[in-house]
Design a binder for this molecule. Sequence first.
Ligand code: ZN
Length: 80
Amino acid sequence: MKYLLVLAVVLVAFYIWRNNRAADAREREQAAPPPRPAPPTAPDAMVTCRHCGLHLPSQDAVKGTLGYYCGHEHRRLAEG
Ligand SMILES: [Zn+2]
């Protein structure tokens, strides 16, 4: 009967120790700095068509040897 009591005490102690570890882990998780927000994406640079002066995002522009154009037609007209 004495050993059963010792075993019960050990089990209770183990249970308390485990609960404390789980609480510590949760606290550490909350104390950790929040993940950084994603850096804002850079706005697309605006370029000017060398033929007609239209402003458009560089992503949509056609790049010629002399600069940017709003389309292949204006690049052809400006650069031949
Ligand atoms: Zn143009």
